[in-house]
Design a protein around this ligand. Sequence first.
Ligand code: DC
Length: 231
Amino acid sequence: MRKLVIAIDGFSSSGKSTMARALAKEIGYIYVDSGAMYRAVTLYALRNGMVMPDGSLDTQALVAALPNVNVSFAPAGADGVQHTLLNGEDVEKEIREMRVSEMVSPVAVIPEVRHRLVALQQEFGREKGIVMDGRDIGTTVFPRAEMKVFVNASAEERARRRFKELQDKGVKADYDEVYANICERDHIDSTRKESPLRKAEDAVELDNDNMTPAEQMKWLHDLYIKIASAE
Ligand code: DC
């Protein structure tokens, strides 16, 4: 079997992270959640007073501080989850908080932030044997990845899934608000100037609206076998 670089891109809440993580575990590859890296930089900005009370971002200060922002990952622990480190500190839980989700899109549009994180992501993939998920992995980070998947599902279905996930966690949520947030993030992610979310020409599209998690995993695994065993 050839060792591959696997790029999985798609809209928020499309289930791509769950699929990417499970595939990496099954085939013994490294998994990198690129969204977590944008979230870690966002947390740095929040902690260092770069987000103003009105919610605006001090882009200049963040860009100037970038050389001091190191994002890395600790290997999966007992919980099986890979933990994101910000300057060596485990911030896995904190980067999932709502205050980070609300600021991450404006941080992710800054070209200097993208350049720094893309360079790090490319470094992670140097030895291949990696599954990375995000928005621009198949287009910008690894344009020559041997396997590229673009995951799609309707905004309604993604909002239903996200709403259920929040309910299951005991978080109070309003479906209309969740739906509006998904639409807003879709818009920002796909219309930004630098590396907008779009399907790479050579990516295989997976529309998972009507698929169970088991069906999706089988589809992904079959694709991996087909590509890895080809000469
Ligand atoms: O996958 P996620 O929701 O954790 O990603 C958080 C944000 O980071 C998302 O709104 C868009 C941005 N992002 C990006 O711009 N490029 C990536 N490769 C991954 C995430």
